[in-house]
Design a protein around this ligand. Structure first.
Ligand code: ZN
Length: 418
């Protein structure tokens, strides 16, 4: 079995790993890099593409495979949400007036090729999907061919979040010849989830006491639902005071409805509520101009590159009464939120001095170093390949797990045989 690390090697973004035997050629994930967008990175034929979850760094390049007609394998929720995200990706590229030749027609073609079964056989290869935590619909992929078993984790977490249960590694396949594992937080140990939750509430409270504006950039898929629900519930049960509270993202609004209609996919507490993602204290706004200040606003894009989060960052960063709360531990280098942390935002030709308070709380849906190490200890794969993490994070993790498994940190386009 030949494995080629096409993307997401020694970095986060553009995840894609190619698994080949004499009979079959399969891509595990088919993502884009945020700064490169959709690219035709795979010229040859593919029998199947497996998508672990709907985040575009794992699925965004699907637009380019429709014409190659592979079967596309992923959970039902990943299918449904990917369709929304791909349509949005087309819309954004059209708005930027970039030459972009993909249309909604390509999204329909992707949908037609999709199968949602948990086990599927293609000539010479068995493919199965397993729970992964992380976001709604996320799955790991096990590939079995020529007597070898490989598990590709995609993004995962083993801890429970407020809306979704993490994966229990004991329920996953064992006796693996190879594990291809994410390492986003391979060098990071986070405080317990509950501590982070409490810290978020207290940061919001402090910011509200200053009567300033509070900006929380979030991804339209999953993180926005998670954080908006948290604020909505907190205002309802009075652990946060009444405040002008909004979310801004048409895409997220559509996903909220999807979440309400599929609430049984969440944990018991959420699925027992009638409409867990219909918010009453946090209002939907279509435009930033309609914000009544001071306000708390959850909006896209998640890293502050574009949209309402970029506009509000530029508008609010210079005022010391305001607060920006970053809810992800990982930030792409040179992203606007990194600039904000460093004290100066460059916006076109203008330089904005940051006087607002910038807080960062790593409320992540990824496993941290402890979880990743425990995961390897339980699964005991013969070999482990670390992907989806900077070299620094992967190296730190490698030191921790090398007593349980043989570890490699592959380069982009590196080919290995097992
Ligand atoms: Zn993800």
């Amino acid at each position: 079995m030949k494995i080629t690390f096409k993307g997401g090697a020694r970095e986060v973004g553009g995840s894609c790993t190619l698994v080949e035997t004499e009979d079959a050629r399969v891509a595990l994930d088919y993502g884009i890099k945020i700064d490169e967008g959709v690219t035709e990175n795979m010229q040859h034929h593919l029998d199947a593409v497996v998508i672990t979850h709907a985040h575009l760094d794992h699925s965004g390049n699907l637009l380019t495979v429709a014409s190659k007609k592979p079967i596309i394998i992923g959970s039902m929720a990943t299918h449904d949400i990917s369709m929304k995200l791909l349509r949005d990706l087309i819309k954004i590229n059209r708005l930027k007036k970039k030459r972009f030749h993909y249309t909604k027609h390509d999204v329909s073609k992707v949908s037609d090729l999709w199968v949602t079964r948990n086990h599927i056989g293609i000539p010479g290869m068995e493919i199965s999907l397993h729970a992964a935590g992380h976001v709604l619909g996320a799955r790991m992929v096990k590939v079995k061919a020529q007597g070898k078993s490989v598990l590709y984790t995609g993004d995962f977490c083993t801890h429970n979040t407020e809306i979704l249960d993490g994966v229990d590694p004991k329920t996953l396949p064992k006796e693996l010849d190879a594990l291809i594992m994410e390492s986003t937080y391979g060098g990071t140990i986070r405080p317990k989830r509950q501590k982070l939750e409490e810290s978020l509430t207290s940061k919001i409270l402090e910011a509200m006491e200053k009567k300033g504006n509070i900006l929380i950039p979030a991804f339209a898929f999953h993180r926005l639902q998670e954080i908006t629900r948290k604020i909505d519930v907190a205002i309802k049960n009075k652990s946060l005071p009444r405040y002008n509270a909004y979310y801004i993202s048409g895409l997220a609004h559509g996903i909220n409805n999807y979440y309400n209609n599929n609430k049984s996919l969440f944990n018991k507490k959420v699925s027992d509520e009638i409409n867990p993602f219909r918010f009453t204290k946090v209002k939907r706004l279509k435009r930033t101009e309609h914000i009544k200040e001071p306000a708390i606003v959850v909006c896209t894009s998640g890293f502050g590159h574009a949209g309402a989060s970029r506009a509000l960052l530029n508008q609010w960063a210079s005022n010391e009464e305001n607060t920006v709360i970053i809810i992800t531990g990982f930030l792409p280098p040179n992203s606007p939120l990194v600039m904000a942390k460093e004290g100066k935002i460059i916006n076109k030709d203008e330089s904005i001095q940051v006087n607002a308070t910038i807080e960062q709380i790593s409320l992540s849906g990824h496993a941290d170093q402890k979880e990743l190490t425990e995961f390897v200890k339980i699964l005991k794969p013969k070999q482990t390949f670390l992907v989806h993490g900077s070299l620094e994070q992967a190296q730190a993790l490698s030191k921790k797990i090398k007593r349980y498994t043989e570890v490699q940190i592959p380069h982009k386009n590196e080919i290995i045989e097992i």
